[in-house]
Design a protein around this ligand. Structure first.
Ligand code: GAL
Length: 376
């Protein structure tokens, strides 16, 4: 199911073709294209300019073949800087791009402030600035078609991250042979792992012994497939294991700690001891849920269970301390590195698969310290 980046080494003719396609339109054709006479005559450009153009073209050809990235410009759009997980992601992305040869000053990372209009404006600016590649974490996955169209029209390769466009949109990239890809994990896997952690508790999960699991679900942004799949597949893991479930309330916390704290505080007020499990689509919300749980004098692992996703350091410390039942490592290292590698392939004139996946890792008290040592 998971695919890996397939690097395609360009033949010399393809390199020449790419340079011609991306270079300035009035430049002399590179050596591989032998008949520039008419165009050159029409332009009647001064000799010095032609020489400069030729030098520029030769440099571009050299960069393409040698993979010199230090002069290449990368535009990165993040849906919202205040998102904890995307903060880890963008930090690692920038470090890795620099480690691969990009200059820090040529990497521009902007905050979409959770507003698609703002982000669309930022994309327009990147296009106008002529970046060599774009890495986009869309505010709304449903805007991907519009975004793709304008970026492809500008002849800029595009790597989507974290918020997966739908299957129809991904198919379009493939059908048109566009330099567009998506890098991310399959959220169904993280949801399933959350559910399995509760299944693995066995009978202990049914704290009130009524033969079913009463739960509260706190969802991320419902437009986002990560939220949809984690909500669905966490519960599916329980029902697949033959466990009866009862949803007490299912509410949207938009990936935010404060919103989740409020939701869980209200749920605890309304349902009290009936609540056996709190499922949160991410750790930020699980940390908010934990604040509410502790304020209500409930004790995770004793009279309630709590699971999240991401493996934020704070959540891992809670798993180690027993104040969270478990989380799922959302590997920002692997995702940001794969995204950067895909961008590098594009910049070097190579292609990528249209979907580049990665695996989640289930985290319980057994391996939380190990994961913490890795992420710190
Ligand atoms: C998820 C992550 C959330 C949030 C979301 C943003 O993968 O688990 O914490 O960052 O992406 O789209």
């Amino acid at each position: 199911m998971k695919k890996k980046i397939v690097s395609v080494i360009l033949a010399a003719t393809m390199v020449a073709g790419m340079v011609a396609g991306c270079g300035s339109s009035n430049s002399s054709a590179p050596a591989a294209a032998p008949e520039p006479a008419a165009e050159t005559k029409e332009e009647a450009a001064p000799a010095a300019e032609e020489t400069a153009d030729a030098a520029e073209t030769a440099q571009a050809a050299a960069d393409a073949t040698t993979g010199d990235l230090s002069t290449k410009k990368v535009g990165v759009c993040i849906y919202q800087f205040s998102d904890n997980f995307m903060t880890l992601f963008r930090g690692e992305l920038e470090n890795y791009l620099v480690s691969q040869g990009f200059s820090k000053e040529n990497i521009t990372i902007v905050d979409g402030a959770n507003d698609q209009a703002t982000q669309t404006g930022q994309i327009d600016n990147f296009i106008a600035a002529g970046v060599d590649v774009l890495i986009i974490n869309p505010v709304n996955s449903s805007s991907a078609e519009t975004i793709t169209d304008k970026v492809v029209a500008a002849n800029i390769p595009l790597v989507y991250i974290n918020r997966e466009p739908d299957a129809t949109e991904e198919q379009r990239w493939q059908d048109n042979g566009w330099n567009v890809t998506y890098v991310g994990c399959d959220a169904r896997q993280s949801g399933t792992m959350q559910g399995e952690m509760i299944v693995d508790l066995g009978e202990a999960a049914d704290l009130n012994g009524d033969g079913k699991i009463q739960y509260v679900m706190v969802e991320g942004d419902p437009e986002n497939v990560d939220a949809q799949y984690r909500t669905e597949f966490s519960i599916k893991a329980l029902t697949d294991a033959g466990i009866e479930v009862e949803c007490l309330t299912d509410q949207v916390g938009n990936w935010q700690q404060d919103q989740a704290q409020q939701i869980v505080a209200n749920a605890l007020g309304q349902y009290g001891e009936k609540i056996e499990v709190v499922f949160c689509n991410n750790d930020a919300m699980a940390l908010g849920a934990l604040q509410a749980i502790e304020s209500a004098c409930r004790v995770v692992g004793e009279d309630i269970y709590l699971v999240g996703v991401d493996a934020l350091s704070e959540a891992l410390e809670d798993v180690i301390a027993g104040t969270m039942t478990g989380t799922v490592f959302n590997d920002h290292f692997s995702q940001s590195h794969s995204a950067a590698d895909a961008a590098i392939n594009f910049v070097n004139g190579e292609t990528n698969d249209y979907y580049i996946g990665c695996d989640y890792v289930k985290v319980t008290s057994d391996n939380a310290q190990e994961i913490l040592d890795m992420v710190k």
